[in-house]
Design a protein around this ligand. Structure first.
Ligand code: ATP
Length: 310
């Protein structure tokens, strides 16, 4: 397998509202859409649609009908689900509200995503033969650590430390296991407990082979050793930024896998290629509603990249 994503899979319930309600306030939604989600599943779909990479998803759904639907959606996208377990009880759910400015709030109910703290033998075998293992923190931190330990010596571990709160419970172990840490600005500040981005970058960059801080429409910052690069965002008329980060991460992982390189040989030119690919895919994703549904195909990403170079 080129890319194995170890992470969450959710039924997303997305409402459109004029503005996000304040605490204690009720607002009426103009629409409701049910769609596949969860950072792990979103990133697996993004890596798969990048083309080229064989992608497996390692995670768990519940015994409810949503679980079957979520599994079928991954299969339809060509994602290997041999590492997708089924556990008694509900699948993960996420309640997302998107406002007129394309901003969002998200409440996640973990369900089956919280069940496992160690890989099953089938999952372990997938992880040990992967070129890139991509994790996030919507699953137990122990499962992330198990995946990091189970990977091969030449396998990349990309950790998207989102949400950032669980990071604090295993900070040192997680950082020691990571090749590329991907965080947004808010997560960078939270995991370093500082209030300015420069201080956060200075604290984190020496602890990992590479650091990527995504900055929304301002693009991303990539740090590798002493080198830094600002990767510009592609211009986009955003209607829904849900899943921009997931699209970026999946595409980034697929690009590293496609390079055939091992983490020991990481350098800035490879990271810039991967981050630019992630930025292009994410710029298309934000022009469409939803998370998984919004992830573009490899052809769409190539067309945007070529247009922008022309
Ligand atoms: P989310 O939690 O909404 O999925 P995130 O906070 O993890 O996203 P962002 O930093 O918002 O991640 O976005 C990831 C990348 O997506 C950015 O680095 C940028 O390249 C691209 N991106 C995000 N928003 C926009 C936008 N409005 N226009 C163009 N590109 C965007």
């Amino acid at each position: 397998m080129s890319v194995v994503v170890v992470g969450s899979i959710n039924q997303d319930v997305v409402t459109r509202v004029r503005r996000i309600p304040a605490p204690g306030e009720t607002v009426l939604a103009s629409s409701l859409v049910r769609t596949g989600g969860g950072k792990g599943a979103n990133q697996a779909v993004a890596a798969r649609r990048a083309g080229g990479a064989s992608v497996a998803f390692v995670g768990a759904v519940g015994t409810d009908p949503e679980g079957e639907n979520l599994r079928d959606a991954l299969v339809a996208d060509g994602v290997d689900v041999s590492g997708l377990s089924q556990v008694e009880g509900p699948s993960g759910m996420a309640f997302i509200s998107v406002d007129d400015t394309a901003d969002n709030t998200i409440v996640v109910v973990p369900g089956a995503n919280a069940a496992a703290t160690a890989l099953t033998p089938v999952q372990r075998s997938l992880v040990s033969t992967a070129r890139v293992v991509l994790t996030q923190l919507e699953i137990p931190v122990a499962l992330v650590q198990d995946a990091a330990t189970a990977r091969g010596a030449q396998t990349w571990h990309l950790l998207n430390a989102a949400p950032s709160a669980p990071f604090h419970s295993a900070r040192a172990a997680l950082l020691a296991s990571v090749d590329v840490l991907i965080v947004n600005e808010h997560e960078a500040l939270d995991i370093t407990d500082v209030d300015d981005l420069e201080a956060a970058v200075t604290a984190l960059a020496p602890l990992v082979r590479a650091l990527v801080v995504t900055l929304g429409r301002r693009g991303s910052l990539v740090v590798c050793g002493e080198e830094r690069a600002d990767i510009a965002a592609f211009a986009a008329d955003a209607v829904d930024t849900t899943g921009a980060g997931d699209t970026f991460c999946g595409m980034f992982a697929a690009a590293l896998a496609a390079s055939g390189r091992a983490p020991q040989s990481v350098d800035m030119s490879l990271l810039k290629v991967a981050a630019r690919a992630g930025a292009a895919a994410a710029a298309i994703a934000v022009t469409r509603p939803g998370a998984q549904d919004a992830v573009p195909s490899a052809a769409e990403v190539a067309a945007l990249t070529e247009r922008t170079q022309a």
